[in-house]
Design a protein around this ligand. Structure first.
Ligand code: ADP
Ligand code: MG
Length: 189
Protein backbone atom coordinates (compact mmCIF):
# COMPACT_ATOMS: atom_id res chain seq x y z
CA UNK A 1 0.00 0.00 0.00
CA UNK A 2 2.59 2.52 -1.25
CA UNK A 3 2.35 5.48 1.05
CA UNK A 4 5.79 7.20 0.85
CA UNK A 5 5.54 8.80 4.26
CA UNK A 6 8.57 11.07 4.83
CA UNK A 7 8.91 10.06 8.49
CA UNK A 8 7.51 7.47 10.81
CA UNK A 9 4.85 9.25 12.87
CA UNK A 10 1.87 7.75 14.60
CA UNK A 11 -1.22 9.13 16.28
CA UNK A 12 -0.16 7.22 19.38
CA UNK A 13 3.02 9.38 19.53
CA UNK A 14 0.99 12.56 19.26
CA UNK A 15 0.63 14.40 22.53
CA UNK A 16 -2.88 15.86 22.60
CA UNK A 17 -2.20 17.83 25.77
CA UNK A 18 0.07 20.08 23.71
CA UNK A 19 -2.72 20.93 21.32
CA UNK A 20 -5.94 21.91 23.11
CA UNK A 21 -7.28 23.43 19.86
CA UNK A 22 -7.60 19.91 18.43
CA UNK A 23 -10.87 18.28 19.44
CA UNK A 24 -10.20 14.78 20.71
CA UNK A 25 -13.57 13.43 19.59
CA UNK A 26 -12.99 14.71 16.06
CA UNK A 27 -9.52 13.15 15.90
CA UNK A 28 -10.83 9.87 17.32
CA UNK A 29 -13.54 9.85 14.66
CA UNK A 30 -11.03 10.50 11.88
CA UNK A 31 -8.82 7.72 13.25
CA UNK A 32 -11.63 5.25 12.52
CA UNK A 33 -10.97 6.08 8.79
CA UNK A 34 -14.65 6.04 7.87
CA UNK A 35 -13.94 9.35 6.12
CA UNK A 36 -11.95 7.35 3.54
CA UNK A 37 -14.81 4.93 2.97
CA UNK A 38 -17.08 7.94 2.38
CA UNK A 39 -14.56 9.73 0.11
CA UNK A 40 -14.54 12.70 2.47
CA UNK A 41 -11.66 15.13 2.83
CA UNK A 42 -9.59 16.34 5.77
CA UNK A 43 -8.07 19.80 5.87
CA UNK A 44 -5.48 20.60 8.52
CA UNK A 45 -4.80 24.32 8.84
CA UNK A 46 -2.38 25.98 11.22
CA UNK A 47 1.01 27.63 11.72
CA UNK A 48 4.35 25.86 11.20
CA UNK A 49 5.35 23.32 13.83
CA UNK A 50 1.82 22.81 15.17
CA UNK A 51 1.76 19.12 14.16
CA UNK A 52 -0.09 19.09 10.80
CA UNK A 53 2.33 16.76 9.02
CA UNK A 54 2.52 14.48 12.04
CA UNK A 55 -1.27 14.21 12.17
CA UNK A 56 -1.52 13.71 8.40
CA UNK A 57 1.00 10.84 8.51
CA UNK A 58 -0.64 9.37 11.61
CA UNK A 59 -4.06 9.36 9.96
CA UNK A 60 -2.53 8.05 6.73
CA UNK A 61 -0.99 5.15 8.67
CA UNK A 62 -4.42 4.37 10.14
CA UNK A 63 -5.92 4.30 6.65
CA UNK A 64 -3.13 1.98 5.45
CA UNK A 65 -3.77 -0.35 8.36
CA UNK A 66 -7.46 -0.33 7.51
CA UNK A 67 -6.51 -1.65 4.08
CA UNK A 68 -6.81 1.53 2.01
CA UNK A 69 -4.23 2.54 -0.55
CA UNK A 70 -2.66 5.85 0.45
CA UNK A 71 -0.21 8.15 -1.30
CA UNK A 72 1.59 10.95 0.51
CA UNK A 73 3.55 13.80 -1.08
CA UNK A 74 4.17 17.52 -0.77
CA UNK A 75 2.05 19.92 -2.81
CA UNK A 76 5.12 20.82 -4.90
CA UNK A 77 5.75 17.18 -5.75
CA UNK A 78 2.09 16.57 -6.63
CA UNK A 79 2.24 19.57 -8.97
CA UNK A 80 5.51 18.35 -10.51
CA UNK A 81 3.91 14.97 -11.15
CA UNK A 82 0.79 16.45 -12.73
CA UNK A 83 2.83 18.91 -14.75
CA UNK A 84 5.02 16.15 -16.20
CA UNK A 85 1.92 14.14 -17.12
CA UNK A 86 0.29 17.22 -18.66
CA UNK A 87 3.33 17.96 -20.84
CA UNK A 88 3.35 14.34 -21.98
CA UNK A 89 -0.33 14.62 -22.92
CA UNK A 90 -1.15 12.12 -20.20
CA UNK A 91 -2.98 14.20 -17.61
CA UNK A 92 -6.25 12.28 -17.77
CA UNK A 93 -4.44 8.96 -17.49
CA UNK A 94 -2.42 10.24 -14.54
CA UNK A 95 -5.53 11.52 -12.73
CA UNK A 96 -7.14 8.15 -13.30
CA UNK A 97 -4.08 6.40 -11.90
CA UNK A 98 -4.17 8.65 -8.83
CA UNK A 99 -7.87 7.86 -8.34
CA UNK A 100 -6.86 4.27 -7.61
CA UNK A 101 -5.61 5.58 -4.26
CA UNK A 102 -8.45 5.90 -1.79
CA UNK A 103 -6.59 8.60 0.12
CA UNK A 104 -4.03 11.06 -1.14
CA UNK A 105 -2.22 13.40 1.22
CA UNK A 106 -1.06 16.77 -0.03
CA UNK A 107 1.32 18.26 2.50
CA UNK A 108 2.39 21.90 2.71
CA UNK A 109 0.01 23.84 0.51
CA UNK A 110 1.01 27.47 0.90
CA UNK A 111 4.74 27.50 1.53
CA UNK A 112 5.65 27.69 -2.14
CA UNK A 113 3.48 29.83 -4.43
CA UNK A 114 2.17 28.19 -7.60
CA UNK A 115 1.79 29.82 -10.96
CA UNK A 116 -1.53 29.75 -12.80
CA UNK A 117 -0.74 26.53 -14.70
CA UNK A 118 0.12 24.76 -11.46
CA UNK A 119 -3.04 26.10 -9.84
CA UNK A 120 -5.12 24.75 -12.72
CA UNK A 121 -3.49 21.34 -12.41
CA UNK A 122 -4.13 21.25 -8.70
CA UNK A 123 -7.73 22.24 -9.31
CA UNK A 124 -8.07 19.34 -11.74
CA UNK A 125 -6.68 16.96 -9.14
CA UNK A 126 -9.26 18.14 -6.60
CA UNK A 127 -12.09 18.07 -9.16
CA UNK A 128 -11.17 14.58 -10.37
CA UNK A 129 -11.47 13.18 -6.86
CA UNK A 130 -14.61 15.06 -5.88
CA UNK A 131 -16.98 12.58 -4.17
CA UNK A 132 -14.79 9.72 -5.45
CA UNK A 133 -11.67 9.64 -3.30
CA UNK A 134 -10.36 11.37 -0.20
CA UNK A 135 -7.84 14.17 -0.13
CA UNK A 136 -6.06 15.27 3.01
CA UNK A 137 -4.45 18.69 2.74
CA UNK A 138 -2.22 20.53 5.18
CA UNK A 139 -1.63 24.27 4.92
CA UNK A 140 -0.11 27.06 6.95
CA UNK A 141 -2.51 29.48 5.26
CA UNK A 142 -6.19 30.04 6.08
CA UNK A 143 -8.52 29.54 3.10
CA UNK A 144 -8.79 33.30 2.74
CA UNK A 145 -5.17 33.39 1.61
CA UNK A 146 -5.16 30.45 -0.80
CA UNK A 147 -5.76 32.89 -3.65
CA UNK A 148 -2.25 34.23 -3.04
CA UNK A 149 -0.55 30.86 -3.14
CA UNK A 150 -2.46 29.77 -6.26
CA UNK A 151 -2.07 33.20 -7.88
CA UNK A 152 -5.75 33.09 -8.77
CA UNK A 153 -8.66 33.89 -6.44
CA UNK A 154 -11.28 32.33 -8.72
CA UNK A 155 -9.49 29.00 -9.10
CA UNK A 156 -8.69 28.93 -5.38
CA UNK A 157 -12.35 29.55 -4.49
CA UNK A 158 -13.58 26.82 -6.83
CA UNK A 159 -11.01 24.41 -5.41
CA UNK A 160 -11.88 25.20 -1.78
CA UNK A 161 -15.59 24.84 -2.58
CA UNK A 162 -15.06 21.24 -3.76
CA UNK A 163 -12.56 20.38 -1.05
CA UNK A 164 -14.76 21.43 1.85
CA UNK A 165 -18.14 20.22 0.58
CA UNK A 166 -17.60 16.87 2.32
CA UNK A 167 -14.77 17.54 4.72
CA UNK A 168 -13.54 17.84 8.24
CA UNK A 169 -11.69 21.13 8.55
CA UNK A 170 -9.39 21.31 11.56
CA UNK A 171 -8.04 24.76 12.34
CA UNK A 172 -5.17 24.33 14.78
CA UNK A 173 -3.92 27.17 16.92
CA UNK A 174 -1.19 27.39 19.53
CA UNK A 175 2.60 27.31 19.77
CA UNK A 176 4.98 25.45 17.53
CA UNK A 177 5.89 22.12 19.08
CA UNK A 178 9.50 22.64 18.00
CA UNK A 179 9.70 26.05 19.70
CA UNK A 180 8.08 24.68 22.82
CA UNK A 181 10.56 21.80 23.03
CA UNK A 182 13.43 24.25 22.62
CA UNK A 183 12.02 26.49 25.34
CA UNK A 184 11.55 23.57 27.70
CA UNK A 185 15.13 22.44 27.09
CA UNK A 186 16.43 25.93 27.79
CA UNK A 187 14.34 26.19 30.94
CA UNK A 188 16.09 23.14 32.33
CA UNK A 189 19.51 24.88 32.35
P1 ADP B 1 3.75 21.14 10.88
O1 ADP B 1 3.60 20.15 9.79
O2 ADP B 1 2.45 21.69 11.39
O3 ADP B 1 4.72 22.24 10.54
P2 ADP B 1 4.96 18.90 12.24
O4 ADP B 1 3.86 17.91 12.19
O5 ADP B 1 6.09 18.69 11.29
O6 ADP B 1 4.39 20.38 12.12
O7 ADP B 1 5.53 18.94 13.74
C1 ADP B 1 6.84 19.44 14.04
C2 ADP B 1 7.58 18.42 14.91
O8 ADP B 1 6.96 18.37 16.20
C3 ADP B 1 7.50 16.99 14.37
O9 ADP B 1 8.69 16.33 14.71
C4 ADP B 1 6.29 16.39 15.11
O10 ADP B 1 6.42 14.99 15.23
C5 ADP B 1 6.38 17.08 16.45
N1 ADP B 1 5.06 17.33 17.06
C6 ADP B 1 4.22 18.35 16.76
N2 ADP B 1 3.14 18.34 17.55
C7 ADP B 1 3.29 17.28 18.36
C8 ADP B 1 2.49 16.71 19.43
N3 ADP B 1 1.35 17.30 19.82
N4 ADP B 1 2.95 15.60 20.05
C9 ADP B 1 4.13 15.03 19.67
N5 ADP B 1 4.93 15.52 18.69
C10 ADP B 1 4.52 16.63 18.04
MG1 MG C 1 4.50 20.10 7.94
Amino acid sequence: RTAHFPQVKTLEDFNLDHLPSLRRDVLAHLATTTFVAKAENVILLGPPGIGKTHLAIGLGVKACHAGYSVLFDTASNWIARLSAAHHAGQLEAELKKIRRYKLIIVDEVGYIPFDQDAANLFFQLVASRYEQGSIMVTSNLPFGRWGETFSDDVVAAAMIDRLVHHAEVLTLTGDSYRTRQRRELLAKD
